[in-house]
Design a protein around this ligand. Structure first.
Ligand code: ACO
Length: 342
């Protein structure tokens, strides 16, 4: 059942926002579900350790023949169907991803081709902050007169982590979420707070395979072509930056936590999400979490959570959402999005 629209329609636009509405929303999760017990059969870990440290119960893993663009294309088709649109209605395709099909050549052009359209198509690589960064890019495009923008967050991180490394293999899952954004008074996007600190990318990175250290037989033997991180450092960074950034967005909008109907943070770890919500002043019943079901799906986590909220009648037209994320780079970003469907 679709929830009834809110009756207290907001007529004044927030500072730093644009009249942008979500015209359609869609998601795709691969069929294969990997539980913590499944991982514990091959790794020195337990269901209890993973649940208590991360809140993750299970994650999805993409099929052997699939790549990120396949997940992205399915989510995109679902979003277009939801919008009642055809691919030819889309003016630009943005794909937020850190796990592209190929090191050289983007995912977005492949998705556009899969949809049968020849439009500008660009990847946004801000790791787990990619969807919020992508919303900012989409807002800029729409502000300069673009037609509808298809923004997809898509990741296949199970291919980018070492399946033998318990520090990271337990955290990640695969999936994609897509949103069609258009200029429309039914919704509102912004203000934003985005940031980056590239002073030490090695706290969360893939050492080998780029131009800094090209892949060789030796460094692949050492398994340095997989992502690695300093978990505790990232944890502290995530809590500090997601909460400060969320508060900065509320301050520039002239709002407080009570003005937020739903808080959707990047789904990396339930302890991080709870700590951020606590610092921002948002009670648990107004937070939407899916980390237990999806694990960390990086740039896909926020649109997957939005689709999950909508499918479970937790997202209604007129709801004001606070989105926040952090990721490799290191990057962070937050914004307000008033949910509106034309
Ligand atoms: N099972 C059992 N033990 C484990 C596992 C595991 N899967 N992984 C690590 N351990 C061990 C460690 O080796 C360590 O052992 P030691 O004390 O003997 O050295 C012990 O558990 C405790 O490790 P801690 O680092 O204290 O565990 P912590 O409570 O910090 O939780 C975690 C670790 C979950 C990684 C946490 O630090 C975290 O979530 N950090 C944020 C990471 C994150 O979100 N990264 C994604 C960024 S997304 C992107 O941009 C790609």
């Amino acid at each position: 059942m679709t929830p009834a629209p809110r009756t207290d329609a907001r007529t004044t636009r927030l500072p730093g926002s644009l009249p942008v509405a979500a015209l359609g929303l869609g998601s795709f999760l691969p069929d294969e579900v990997v539980t913590n017990d499944d991982l514990a059969e091959k790794l020195d870990t337990t269901d209890e350790w993973i649940r208590t440290r991360t809140g993750i119960h299970q994650r999805h893993r993409l099929a052997p023949d699939d790549a990120t663009s396949d997940l992205a294309t399915r989510a995109a088709r679902a979003a277009l169907d939801d919008a009642g649109m055809v691919p030819g209605d889309i003016a630009e395709v943005l794909v937020a991803t850190t796990t592209p099909d190929y090191l050289v050549s983007g995912v977005a052009p492949i998705v556009a081709d899969n949809l049968g359209i020849r439009v500008p198509a660009l990847d946004v690589n801000a790791a787990c902050s990619g969807f919020v960064y992508g919303l900012r890019q989409a807002a800029g495009l729409l502000a300069t007169g673009s037609g509808p923008v298809l923004l997809i967050g898509a990741e296949a991180f199970t291919r980018a982590v070492d399946p033998q490394d318990r520090n990271v293999a337990i955290l990640f899952g695969d999936g994609a979420g897509a949103i069609v954004l258009g200029t429309d008074d039914a919704g509102e996007l912004g203000p934003f707070d985005l940031g980056a600190d590239g002073s030490d990318p090695t706290s969360l990175y893939t050492p080998v395979g780029g131009t800094r250290e090209p892949a060789t037989v030796d460094n692949i033997d050492e398994r340095r072509n997989f992502m690695t991180m300093r978990g505790r450092e990232i944890y502290r960074f995530a809590v500090a930056h997601m909460s400060a950034s969320s508060l900065a967005v509320l301050a520039s909008a002239g709002l407080g936590p009570d003005d937020v109907d739903m808080f959707v943070g990047h789904q990396a770890n339930i302890r991080i999400l709870n700590a951020v919500a606590d610092k921002v002043g948002i009670p648990a019943e107004r937070c939407h979490t899916t980390v237990h079901l999806h694990g960390n799906t990086s740039a896909a986590s926020i649109p997957l959570a939005l689709a999950h909220a909508r499918d479970n009648d937790r997202l209604a037209p007129g709801d004001r959402l606070l989105l926040t994320a952090f990721g490799a780079g290191l990057t962070w970003g937050s914004c307000l999005l008033t949910w509106g469907t034309a």
